[in-house]
Design a protein around this ligand. Structure first.
Ligand code: LFR
Length: 475
């Protein structure tokens, strides 16, 4: 019997625990738990419910251990990026903020007063997102002086499980405090910005063993499982699992966000890349994830939350399928809005903001839910197409195929619209790319897969069915 691995994959709307095994060159996975991730607004802002996430993680791992008693060789945790907990003496100082909280504007201004946007890009290679960790830290105020550590979300959960205080590199690359060339903390930048460098934990690479569950966690789970660092930034894990072992491809990791870009050997820090707002995040094996954040399925999920505020996760997902079907039947052109516009970032009435955007830009205003959904899909596909084109020009590469992975790979309307608008074939799947990338990095650390990233991708290509979309003429 081959060894099993457990992936804890936390997205901004839901989390899951998936167990996987590699045998005969195939990765087989079983879902053990799925739970909603609902942020909570309190008087001081929008927060992640990290204790509930930790509780669900423990329940999920206990279910995994019951499912494969004694067989789980390790656990890996990934989540969305940039957010963190501040610690002092091992205690969490306040509930972590959600990156969609409005507090960051002051932080952006404070940072840019000290290091201007062009200099900052040279030093950290990140696209400007108002919630990049360094802007959030700059908005912290007094708490920063009290903290002795900052732990990014997957690192915080790892700390609670094992006591290890580390920063996994792919996720650390989203803080804005990591040098994209050396992949070390830019301690000078942190200090210049008034961020005490003592809060930056030692960096580790994916594949590093971090330690066994402490007695309390082991009691909840049933056994002292080992935790191994994976590409703890969910997008880094997703890119590991692109089912393309060799060629030059563009990817769209499409969940809450649509992360659109390329995998490169080195960062692109040109002024053109900065002006196009492209990021150079750290990938597994020292690769560069050269990409841009497009708003993603958030536009759909938040519209549903607005239309059906009381609905559960499951009810919303079945409603979404119905609406997508109706949207597919809408005939004639629908308005295409700028899915990159920051007005769509905060939670709230997305359909109302779309209508307002169209009015302001003298476009016809989408009417029913079906038209709004269709308009979101077409606008996302249009933004994906522009971004793929820009990536190819900025990095000077030719693209012949686009891979869509993540939840968006199930959205046939979006995949076809992306093929149509790019004029390129789209290969869609796997949906659970992030968990697969997480599992394969663990399997590789355990010696169960050959070390080459191409080999990991070959395993995915053999294991996961994909759907292919050829560009069609429309209109
Ligand atoms: C996707 C993701 C993106 C990051 C955004 C915020 O889940 O991790 O890569 O820009 O969430 O953390």
């Amino acid at each position: 019997m081959s060894r099993a691995f457990a992936a804890v994959d936390l997205g901004a709307t839901s989390g899951r625990v998936i167990v996987g095994r590699v045998a005969d060159g195939l990765l087989r996975t079983t879902h053990l738990a799925r739970f909603g991730n609902d942020p909570v607004r309190t008087r001081d802002g929008l927060h992640w419910n990290v204790l509930e996430l930790y509780r669900q993680l423990l329940l999920g791992l206990a279910a995994a251990e019951r499912d494969a008693p004694g067989e789980i060789a390790s656990v890996g945790i990934d989540s969305w990026a940039v957010d963190y907990g501040l610690m002092r003496g091992g205690r969490l100082l306040g509930m972590p903020f959600h990156y969609r909280d409005a507090r960051n504007e002051a932080g952006v201004a404070a940072v840019h007063d000290i290091v201007g946007p062009a200099d900052l890009y040279q030093r950290n290679g990140l696209q400007h997102l108002p919630f990049n960790t360094l802007f959030q830290l700059a908005a912290e105020g007094d708490l920063l002086g009290m903290a002795d550590r900052m732990l990014l979300i997957p690192d915080l959960l790892t700390y609670w499980l094992t006591g290890a205080e580390v920063a996994e590199r792919t996720n650390a690359s989203t803080t804005g405090l990591l040098d994209p060339g050396t992949r070390e903390w830019d301690v000078r930048l942190a200090e210049e910005l008034g961020i005490p460098s003592r809060i930056l934990p030692p960096l580790v690479d994916p594949g590093t063993t971090l330690g066994a569950l402490d007695p309390a966690a082991a009691l909840s789970v049933g056994r002292a499982l080992e935790v191994v660092a994976v590409g703890s930034h969910d997008t880094a894990s997703a890119v590991v699992a692109i089912p393309n072992p060799g060629g030059q491809f563009a990817y769209i990791s499409c969940g809450t966000w649509g992360l659109v870009g390329l995998e490169l050997d080195r960062p692109v820090l040109t002024e053109d890349a900065r002006l196009a707002n492209f990021t150079n995040e750290g990938g597994v094996d020292g690769r560069t994830r050269f990409l841009h954040n497009v708003m993603g399925l958030w536009l759909l999920s938040e519209s549903l939350r607005h239309w059906e505020p009381g609905a559960t996760d499951a009810q919303r997902s079945s409603l979404l399928s119905e609406l997508l079907e109706q949207a597919g039947r809408v005939r004639g052109p629908v308005p295409v809005f700028d899915a990159d516009d920051s007005v769509f970032l905060p939670p709230g009435d997305i359909p109302g903001r779309i209508r307002a955007w169209c009015r302001q830009h003298e476009q016809p205003v989408p009417q029913g839910r079906d038209e709004i959904v269709r308009s979101i899909v077409e606008s996302l596909a249009a933004a994906f197409a522009t971004t793929v084109e820009q990536a190819a020009v900025l990095a000077d590469v030719e693209i012949h195929v686009i891979h869509i992975v993540g939840g968006g790979a199930q959205n046939t309307l979006l995949c076809q619209a992306t093929a149509n608008r790019t004029g390129l074939p789209v290969v869609a799947g796997p949906v659970e790319a992030t968990a697969m990338g997480n599992l394969l990095v663990q399997a590789r650390a355990a010696g169960e897969v050959a070390p080459d990233l191409g080999e990991l991708r070959a395993v995915v290509a053999r294991s996961a069915p994909v759907a292919r979309y050829a560009p069609e003429r429309t209109g």
